[in-house]
Design a protein. Structure first.
Length: 153
């Protein structure tokens, strides 16, 4: 993440912190969360690589809903294919939903790790603002790469 994007993320976090302090004194946000583990036939790997495998996903999430209609969603997830040739994928991100419908996501939503000792082989990290236009700041590799070269043995 470049310095400007980092600075803007910190400023956004501070603004949200200051505004949520006032909201907390007025009743605070409603907070819900959950976690789960599920195993499924991985259609993504089948379609991309032609390999049949089951994958186990573990996910934890927390949602804060504020009285003004804004929301903050934080998600951590981990995909582990049962076929050891297929890389593992981790992701973590925080999405901010403003009352006007604007959505901003920050974090590292995609990190793909080889299981053969090569380590990190694909990284998406940064800040994305969704609206009429999409603004991307940071390091996003998955838009410019053939995913078969990353996931398929």
């Amino acid at each position: 993440m470049n310095r400007r994007a980092f600075f803007l993320s910190v400023v956004l976090a501070l603004v949200l912190g200051v505004t949520s302090t006032g909201v907390a004194q007025a009743g605070g946000p409603e907070r819900i969360g959950d976690s789960y583990t599920d195993t499924f036939f991985d259609d993504f790997i089948w379609d991309l690589c032609g390999i049949e495998t089951l994958t186990t996903v573990t996910e934890r999430w927390t949602l804060k809903e504020f009285p003004d209609g804004s929301q903050i969603l934080h998600v951590n997830r981990y995909f582990v294919p049962h076929d050891p040739r297929i890389p593992r994928e981790r992701g973590a991100g925080t999405s901010f939903f403003a009352p006007d419908g604007t959505k901003t996501t920050v974090g590292s939503p995609t990190r793909v790790f080889a299981t053969d000792g090569r380590g990190l082989i694909l990284l998406d990290a940064g800040r994305v603002v969704f609206g009429e236009d999409i603004t991307i700041r940071g390091h996003v590799e998955s838009f410019d790469v053939d995913l078969a070269s990353v996931y398929c043995p």
